[in-house]
Design a protein around this ligand. Sequence first.
Ligand SMILES: Nc1ncnc2c1ncn2[C@@H]1O[C@H](COP(=O)(O)OP(=O)(O)OP(=O)(O)O)[C@@H](O)[C@H]1O
Ligand SMILES: [Mg+2]
Length: 418
Amino acid sequence: MEERRPIRDALTSLENQINELEKAQREQIARLERIIEISRVLNSRLELQPLLQDIIRAASELTSTEVSSVLLLDSKSGDLFFEAATGIKKYEVERIAVPKESIAGWIVEHNEPVVINDVSQDTRWSQKVDEESGFVTRSIMGVPLFVKDRVIGALEVLNKRNEKPFTEDELNLLSTLASQAAVAIEKARLFQQSDQIADVVHELRTPLTSIVGYSKLLLTTQLDEKTTKQFVEVINREAMRLGGMVNDFLDLARLESGRARLTYVPVDMKKVIEETVAVIRPQAEERGLELLVDVPPTLPPITGDEKRMQQVMLNLASNAVKYNREGGSIRIVAEASEESLKIAVKDTGRGVRPEDMDKLFDKFRRIEESEGSAKGTGLGLPITKQLIELHEGEMQVTSEWGEGSTFAFTLPIAVKQE
Ligand SMILES: Nc1ncnc2c1ncn2[C@@H]1O[C@H](COP(=O)(O)OP(=O)(O)OP(=O)(O)O)[C@@H](O)[C@H]1O
Ligand SMILES: [Mg+2]
């Protein structure tokens, strides 16, 4: 009898071990089921904000944390922004950029996860974000969000409940969630963009409708000569407008993909300004706007594509006409320094609200109020910016809501070849 005891003990212990393993396995399966469930929800979301909310909720749930946040890289500025956060009021209302030296910045730069059970012990931790948000961080775990090889942001969870350290399992869960989340975010963004494309295609239909309508009238109705001429003029004008929109489309597509071919020669911007003024003056006069040109007698040449510079000037000047007010004015000012040339187009229009400033250069984006008052596709400024940057120049915009705006750019002055 006595010898059996150790065997019985061993059996019991084995049984316990098996039970433990089974329990762990059941938990693991439950978590995986939850992940599958979550990824199904994420995949069905087509709008970005609700999707981000789902992601942060899932992140906190899977890791038993108080708070979580999604930070996304802005493809244009390269800055990292809080796009969604649970529990931090300030980040729910404002889009705040986080410094590159922050932990999220580190994750994005290194494309690696971070697990810190006590932030006060980690040198990468800075007080700054806490100070800004009024939140106290104790522990943090974050993983990069990436699609293929491209990092698009970071997913972070903060303050583990019960003060326990983060486990390997939780890190794996967060990483799995992040890979699902990143794909869903990209999809939602593409969807947003296709929405914008639909808007533009819709815009293309407006001139097309006039063309079809008036030409049909011409074909089916006996009209006197004067009316006929009027209709043909409408058709011609709308066809030109349609052509312009299609060109803008193609232009931006080529600029963005780097397939645009530019011819660089010495360009006299004074001549370009004069040509722009010749085109714009009749439009300005028609709207009762004063057009002033303040350019020194000669300007040093820049190296550029003359047609493209013309396009830049026309885009800015036509906006200054379009978005001006009755009886307002437009000033075109040029100044040269040692190494650069600065050209500014100032208007006395309704200006741009501070919160709309960063939307100005988004393609297809038009600021709400302009939609009723002036026609456009929202491609002029993005094309202009791309062109200026291809010329190694820089765009600057200042605006005061209700007062007017200044759209300016600087270009490097051509260095004389010895
Ligand atoms: N000078 C300005 N004053 C106030 N708002 C402006 C000015 N220029 C541009 N905007 C705003 O920025 C938006 C984008 O300008 P952009 O030139 O890219 O497009 P658009 O003028 O609407 O169309 P497009 O130039 O393609 O015909 C405009 O819809 C308008 O709301
Ligand atoms: Mg425009």
